[in-house]
Design a protein around this ligand. Structure first.
Ligand code: GTR
Length: 424
């Protein structure tokens, strides 16, 4: 009895400490003073003077530090075993598109995994530029299209989409069509390739499913401290999708724009940083661990994200829980890894959790690297007026509204992508 009482008290105290630690700060005057690491000075204090220094010295050391301390190393190589065209049609999306559903098979150490890419390609374009991005609730949620195959992978329950028992059903067909301006893309001569992220790695703190176990040796149950979390696994999946796309004669592989929202925006940034075949990158409301500077500790923080989602990053990243000031890097340097390729960072006014100002500053402090290549970036340190995009190579906007992907966002992305990648 006494023991239970003390245990309860201990539990209460731990919870209180936890709650206090993670009260998010939304007050600009309480943002701590911090030093922004200079992307153009190496860890040995050598000034990066030109593109060569950047590409030969600084970029590789930054890529390494993000890999080892944040997203995690991929423990080996794995190529597509086989490609299976599950379905295709010359007459999809009210006759405006070709559709393909392509299943990629993988196998390693006797274990298997497969994920399906849904492609809509504009009919009147011989080799189409593409937006490539993950969806949160299955390919069949992105359009009201009866022919999209429903995934049987694990999914987070969402009763408002009719998702119970962690299973996708017919009920959720088209429920996320508002987040994908497919019509607008097709009219602009750009296609869409999308994948349900849960097929690559289910979004839960469980490393016995998804892609991770294919790389385990013996009775391993978890990646090592410096090895990949789920975000690196998802971005690995985008690179494997790219491996397929380069073989698809309907696609212009020099114009694949990797896109993602929120956790999947963190993913698109990491995919763009690690795989230079992506011609451009879009981060929609990616926030903490994405485009926002961690050292500001505004909204979601490193400690909070690593506690709520312990599987997203590698375990080494937890060393910086509530110790952002000790980080020898910050998110602007991840954005800089994408230079000189076009990069769009987008925020939403009511999405303070993702720290819009921190996202703007991420772009601002990445800009010197873009400038090194003669490309324009972001030169302001105060948020611009809402709905007034800055469409440079490194682009930024803050729109009205909440954490979401809207028609407005897509209008900007399409306009910018067309300009940046010379899409007719
Ligand atoms: C939130 C998380 C954010 C963001 C978001 C999302 O709960 O704290 O970092 O990733 O989820 O992915 O929708």
């Amino acid at each position: 009895m006494k023991k239970t009482f003390f245990l309860l008290i201990a539990l209460l105290i731990t919870q209180l400490i936890f709650a206090q630690q993670f009260v998010p700060n939304y007050d600009e005057s309480k943002v701590p003073k911090f030093v922004v690491p200079d992307p153009l000075v190496t860890f040995n204090q050598k000034k990066v003077k030109n593109v060569k220094d950047w590409e030969k010295k600084r970029r590789p050391e930054l890529l390494k530090i993000f890999t080892q301390n944040m997203f995690g190393e991929i423990p080996g190589d794995l190529k597509i075993l086989s490609v299976e065209i599950l379905e295709q049609s010359e007459n999809a999306y009210n006759g405006k598109a070709k559709r393909k559903q392509v299943l990629l098979h993988f196998e390693k150490n006797g274990k298997k995994l497969g994920f399906t890419i849904l492609l809509y390609l504009p009919k009147n374009v011989e080799k189409a530029p593409l937006f490539l991005g993950y969806n949160f609730y299955g390919n069949h949620t992105v359009a009201n299209d009866a022919d999209i195959i429903i995934s049987d992978a694990w999914v987070e329950n969402n009763p408002s989409f009719g998702i119970i028992n962690n299973q996708l059903t017919e009920q959720s067909r088209g429920v996320r069509s508002n987040r994908w301006a497919i019509e607008k893309m097709l009219e602009s001569g750009i296609g869409l390739a999308t994948i349900y992220y849960g097929e690559v790695d289910p979004d839960k703190n469980d490393f016995t499913d998804g892609i991770h176990p294919l790389f385990y040796t013996d009775d391993q149950k978890h990646p090592a401290k410096n090895e990949w979390g789920s975000i690196a696994a998802w971005s690995w999946g985008l690179s494997r999708a790219m491996d397929y796309l380069v073989t698809d004669s309907d696609v212009d592989v020099s114009k694949v724009i990797v896109f993602g929202h929120s956790r999947l925006g963190k993913t698109s940034l990491w995919a763009g940083a690690t795989d230079q075949r992506f011609a451009a990158v879009i981060s929609n409301n990616s926030g903490c661990g994405g485009a926002a500077l961690s050292k500001r500790k505004f909204g979601e923080t490193v400690g909070r994200i690593n506690t709520a989602f312990p599987h997203w990053f590698c375990d080494n990243f937890k060393n910086y829980n509530n110790k952002e000031e000790l980080m020898p890097f910050d998110q602007h340097e991840m954005l800089a890894l994408i230079a000189p390729r076009p990069l769009y960072v987008a925020s939403a006014e009511d999405d303070q959790w993702a720290d819009p100002k921190g996202e703007l500053l991420g772009a601002y402090y990445a800009t010197p690297v873009f400038n090194l290549y003669g490309k324009k970036g972001i030169t302001i340190t105060e948020l611009p007026p809402v709905n007034q995009p800055i469409l440079n190579t490194l682009a930024y906007h803050i729109r009205t509204g909440k954490h979401d992907v809207t028609e407005y966002d897509w209008e900007q992305y399409i306009k910018w992508a067309k300009e940046q990648l010379n899409i007719e």
